[in-house]
Design a protein around this ligand. Structure first.
Ligand code: UD1
Ligand code: CA
Length: 511
């Protein structure tokens, strides 16, 4: 039979103590509302109607962001008058739906596809199925009441239950499937004679037991949890993440500490990849095979090739990394970075909107923003692309095989030609021709004997004013010692032997 799904998600979720609607709170990085919508779609539901109330627009937006515009129909329940009343709100859409209706909750993200398939398969034009579970602690849920033959009779809400009923450990998960027309028809005549003065959807089941047949489908205890407060959300989050970690492990991924893997639904990881503790894979992440992702890497919306080594504490977003690259530790790969094969990026390297060509290296303390770095380029320690002048962002191009000396500043827009070299400490503010050496360097001077004289002076001073309580004469570690007041004639500095005339001399390879 044709199945339409109604998802109840109008409540604010008072127990969340939040300004945000309950179903927008996230479990494994996804708003809770996504879980039942994904299930409905996976089960082949022809139509999905979400009953929304609190923050309906935001909830709809969240769903459409994930599943596309028009992926759901919305029924508004402006006043929350109970679960039965909420289903009635979908009558304009589904009142003449001839098939089955599957009723899901927005706050029950742990249901598995297998158990829902059983629920739908059991329903027919003459049978309503409902999901139950046996919980060691059934508090907060409606209880399933059966007769002496074990036949389903009704559901009682905790607030309406007798002491004996409260001791029943079989609970109603709140998930049902049955003929749509029966639900709408029955709900129209159900009153609000209960502790909460609401139209209870559960009352439909008592009628179904009398007029049709009711079949219960038992789910595992960890599937039926409704998330009513933040403690529930954290529990659900952990369960979903553990399930995802297990799925990855079964597909050949080594997860070093499944409890501490933060992974979202839809993340793909190849076989023989190792994921360390506290790794976070968020959004659309695809990691190839044979990679190592070490402790604390936070990867959002990235594609990573095979045999990539991501060392501890890297943060990477909206970028691609090709095969064999080595990243980190402590790398920040910001949006728009394209890291090609076998690139090495070392500690404290930041890239943004930057291509690193095949085999290029930037191993230490470097910022590469809005840059195009060619193949086999070596970027020395402390290199900075000065890409922003306070008004506009400009690009830096470093052509294949160039060597960027340590502490080079590349004032964009600028190009360093193929195979060119920049000397350590150079400020490159004009294009460097291919094969050239670029060098800017202030003169180096020596003041002979200065350090020795300074030491003696400071020692003498300390001996007289007794600043330090320690042994007189030892001032090696007194950096904040006050300046001497006595003026002495300064000795003129002498020029260092090597002046900045290095024509034709190759730069020393460092960095
Ligand atoms: C409901 C069931 C209870 C079951 C439990 C399972 C009823 C009367 N009780 O109780 O038997 O054990 O679920 O989790 O059905 N909602 C609306 N509009 C409303 C009321 C609720 O959209 O007017 C939505 C909520 O946003 C939520 C879902 O329906 O997503 C369940 O509502 P909630 O108030 O949490 O029901 P429970 O009291 O948990
Ligand atoms: Ca609930």
């Amino acid at each position: 039979m044709n199945v339409a799904t109604v998802i109840l998600a109008a409540g604010l979720g008072t127990r969340m103590k939040s300004d945000k609607a309950k179903v927008l709170h996230t479990v494994a990085g996804r708003p809770m509302i996504e879980y039942p919508v994904a299930m409905a779609r996976a089960l082949g539901s022809t139509r999905v109607v979400c009953v929304l109330g609190h923050q309906a627009d935001k909830v709809r937006e969240a769903v459409e962001r994930r599943f596309g515009a028009g992926s759901i129909e919305v029924a508004i329940q402006s006043e929350q008058r109970g679960t039965g009343h909420a289903v009635l709100m979908a009558e304009p859409q589904l009142g003449d739906h001839d098939g089955l209706v599957l009723i899901l909750y927005g706050d029950t993200p742990l249901l598995t596809r297998a158990v829902l398939e059983r629920l739908v398969a059991g329903a027919s034009s003459s049978t309503v199925t409902m999901m139950t579970a046996r919980l060691p602690d059934p508090r907060g849920y409606g209880r399933v009441v059966r007769d002496s033959d074990g036949k389903f009779v009704k559901i009682v809400e905790e607030k309406d239950a007798t002491d004996a009923e409260q001791r029943l450990d079989e609970i109603n998960a709140g998930i049902y499937c049955g003929p749509a027309k029966f639900f709408f028809h029955t709900l129209a005549s159900i009153g609000t004679n209960n502790a909460q003065g609401e139209i209870y959807l559960t009352d439909v089941m008592e009628r179904a037991a009398r007029q049709l047949g009711v079949v219960t489908v038992e789910a595992a205890a960890d599937e039926v949890m409704g998330c009513n407060d933040r403690v529930d959300v954290a529990k659900a989050d952990r369960i979903v993440r553990l399930r995802l970690a297990e799925e990855l492990m079964r597909a050949g991924v080594a997860v070093r500490d499944p409890e501490r893997l933060y992974v979202e639904p839809g993340v793909e990881v190849g076989r023989d990849t190792v994921l360390g503790p506290n790794v976070e894979l968020r959004g659309k992440v695809k990691i190839g095979s044979g990679c190592v992702v070490e402790q604390g890497a936070v990867i959002t919306d990235c594609t990573v090739g095979d045999r990539v080594h991501i060392k501890p504490y890297c943060v990477m977003s909206e970028s691609t990394v090709a095969n064999g690259a080595q990243i980190g530790p402590w790398c920040h790969i910001r949006p728009g970075s394209v890291i090609e094969d076998d690139v090495h990026l070392g500690n404290f390297v930041e890239t943004k909107k930057t291509r690193m060509g095949r085999g290029a290296k930037a191993n230490h303390l470097t910022y590469l923003g809005d840059a195009d770095v060619g193949e086999k380029v070596n970027v020395g320690c402390g290199t900075i692309t000065c890409n922003y002048d306070g008004y506009v962002k400009s690009r830096t191009v470093i052509e294949d095989g160039a060597f960027i000396g340590s502490d080079t500043q590349l004032v964009a827009p600028v190009t360093v030609g193929r195979g060119a070299v920049t000397a350590a400490g150079t400020t490159v503010y004009r294009d460097v021709p291919a094969g050239a050496l670029a060098l800017t360097r202030p003169e180096l001077v020596f003041v002979e004997g200065w350090a020795e004289r300074k030491r003696e002076k400071m020692q003498a001073r300390k001996g007289t004013n007794g600043v330090s309580g320690g042994a007189a004469g030892n001032v090696k570690h007194a950096p904040n010692f006050p300046k001497p007041k006595t003026k002495k004639k300064k000795q003129a500095p002498v020029k260092a032997k090597t002046k900045a005339s290095v024509k034709g001399k190759p730069a020393r390879r460092r960095g």
